[in-house]
Design a protein around this ligand. Structure first.
Ligand SMILES: Nc1ncnc2c1ncn2[C@@H]1O[C@H](COP(=O)(O)OP(=O)(O)OP(=O)(O)O)[C@@H](O)[C@H]1O
Length: 300
């Protein structure tokens, strides 16, 4: 378990983290979504104590805080951040990088071969990393963190530069890690992918973290929550709004409208659908608010 208590951080007059209090539970994948420059890296660096916050505390496992160097060592035994590609040594093989991490965290040695197989790295892992492509380096960074086997894992843009096959491979491993009871915190711009496996998704905005379910009630629900109208005109939108003034309608880019039907009775939904058909608006679909929709709403 990882707890952030009233974390505040600013650079000069720019407030990047604004009084963030939140608890991340074990056995969950937490997604962090935000445009560039919002503060995800700052937050992760504060969680790792690479940056000292101006205010607040990070608490790991219910009691451990960054109050001394020995405490920091203890915390870093159970919480790791995925290494950056810049941290790889060009003249050292991928496998030796993994061995270094396995030794540093004193994890199970068999994790190395297991991870190499799961990530399809066997053909190149014994070669020096200086010969690797961007995607190979990225897989190695992920593999190193998996081998460290810490209870809490922070990953900033883990899917960077990966092809769809490897995005899928890594997604499957993330789900495995969650089932093992780990807390995985991932900042990602691959929204459709993140939505597939994240248990909770937070949007970063104005220094605060907002739970997706609070921004769009019913976001995580399995039930249908909206009617989506792609390519609807302003006149058509006005017509619907005039006929059904109580409806909550959200305009998205590309002239798409989302109509929230969570509070509507079956009769009201039937009346709405009949009106759309009678108005020759036949291109509509029942569905849910996607993470992509929510991103457009929050950052348009
Ligand atoms: N050391 C620093 N000194 C001054 N400003 C900083 C410093 N580090 C970050 N910032 C500012 O804080 C804000 C958040 O930066 P941060 O790197 O955390 O964003 P991010 O969400 O991780 O972005 P990206 O997705 O582009 O990596 C930015 O406006 C950035 O310019």
């Amino acid at each position: 378990m990882l707890e952030l208590k009233q974390i505040g951080m600013q650079f000069q007059e720019k407030r990047v983290l604004d009084d963030i209090s939140i608890t991340f539970e074990s056995g969950q994948i937490i997604g962090l979504v935000a445009p560039n420059g919002t503060g995800k890296s700052t937050l992760m660096n504060v969680i790792m104590n690479y940056l000292s916050p101006k205010q607040g505390q990070v608490i790991v496992g219910g009691a451990l805080k960054y109050t001394s160097k020995p405490n920091e060592v203890k915390i870093h035994q159970v919480m790791s951040m995925m290494p950056d590609q810049n941290e790889l040594y060009n003249h050292v093989s991928g496998k030796n990088h993994m061995k270094i991490y396995q030794t540093m965290w004193n994890s199970r040695p068999e994790l190395i071969e297991d991870t190499i197989t799961k990530l399809g790295m066997a053909s190149y892992v014994k070669k020096k990393t200086g010969t690797y492509s961007l995607g190979m380096r990225q897989r190695l960074c992920f593999a190193m963190q998996i081998v460290s086997d810490t209870k809490i894992m922070l990953m900033d843009e883990v899917m960077n530069g990966l092809d769809p096959t490897h995005v899928e491979m890594i997604s499957q491993i993330l789900v495995e890690k969650k089932r093992e009871g780990k807390t995985v915190i991932i900042a990602s711009h691959l929204l459709e992918n993140l939505e597939q496996y994240a248990d909770k998704i937070y949007f970063f905005k104005n220094g605060k973290l907002h739970l997706a379910d609070d921004l769009a009630p019913g976001f995580s629900a399995e039930t249908v929550t909206t009617i989506r109208l792609p390519k609807v005109t302003a006149e058509e939108t006005a017509k619907i709004a005039a006929k059904f003034p109580e409806l909550a309608m959200q305009k998205l880019p590309n002239d798409t409208i989302l109509i929230d039907i969570q509070q509507q009775t079956d009769e009201q939904i039937t009346a709405l659908v009949s009106f759309l058909v009678a108005s020759h608006i036949s291109d509509f679909h029942f569905g849910k608010v996607s993470l992509h929709d929510l991103y457009s709403m929050e950052y348009q």
